[in-house]
Design a protein. Structure first.
Length: 84
């Protein structure tokens, strides 16, 4: 399934991209998720978009290398825990 990315990556303080409305963990892990998981994420995007758009606009920032690596490490640990 294609990613909902629109190449406008900026994270708010909750680590939600204001371009595609996915959490950084969902962005980093997109290609490793099952189609069912991807569909669930997409189903949640409209509601998340409304919440983000209705919130006061706070500063956003581009995804940093350290945020990307932290998200990858978090997801790897979650996978390991599920397998154990």
């Amino acid at each position: 399934m294609d990613s909902p990315c629109i190449a406008s990556c900026k994270l708010n303080s909750d680590k939600i991209c204001i371009g595609c409305y996915r959490h950084i963990d969902e962005i980093v892990d997109w290609n490793k998720r099952s189609e069912t998981e991807q569909l669930q994420i997409i189903a949640n995007l409209a509601e998340r978009k409304n919440k983000v758009d209705q919130a006061e606009h706070h500063a956003t920032s581009a995804i940093t290398q350290s945020e990307w690596q932290e998200a990858k490490a978090r997801l790897a640990l979650q996978r390991k825990i599920r397998l154990d």
